[in-house]
Design a protein around this ligand. Sequence first.
Ligand SMILES: [Zn+2]
Length: 274
Amino acid sequence: MQLIDIGANLTHDDFDSDRDAVLARAQEAGVAQLVITGASREHSPKALALARQHPGVLFATAGVHPHHATEYTDECDAEMRALLAHAEVVAVGECGLDYFRDFSPRRAQHKAFEHQLQIAADLAADGIGKPHAPKPLFLHQRDAHDDFMAVMKGFDGKIGPAVVHCFTGTRKELFDYLDQDWHVGITGWLCDERRGTHLRELVKNIPANRLMIETDAPYLLPRTVKPAPSQRRNEPMYLAHIVEELARDRGEEVAVTAANATATARSFFQLPDA
Ligand SMILES: [Zn+2]
């Protein structure tokens, strides 16, 4: 079984003391490749640096999460564009809207989001006539669905493929995304008996070629991992647990869910074979 973790915050300082061991455990558990989430001005370059240390295994995204939206200046925009010129940076984002925490004012969130969508649109326009597909978008949406859809509508037909990562929303939200032909990332949120049970039913509706898996480590430790780790830190190795739970909910063999999610991720992010 070969897995791809499409969302791991491996530059997080929770991993500073044992990052290599975390990676080794992930690979032992079948996680062959990981896309390291770049979510701020500070961490997007770090994600690229980490990817360069592990060619063919680690890849990066470059973006600014809505929590960090106030740091999105013209200079920051130029930095993101420069990062995206590197082959190891495989997606624009993490970007989007988050009204759950509202860590940044909503006006700043919209501005940062639209600027990053413009980068994706510019990359797509540059790529017309070239053999490779445009770099996809790695999107975040929490408690902001209607505004999120409205902003995305402004870029209809101008951007490449998109994934709404860490999907935790409603049936309507899911079908809105699938109707737009976007991809969906499923995390260990699925395993949360307090707030993730609705996902157990919903994940059956995601076509295999739109479904990818991720840990969002160090966040979202799956609550069904047994025995529960002494520290609450999530690690990419638990992707193997997430895909087991997901396969059961979908009524599929684990190997089938895993192989499909891997093929979908590889094609979406244009990753080489592991
Ligand atoms: Zn996110």
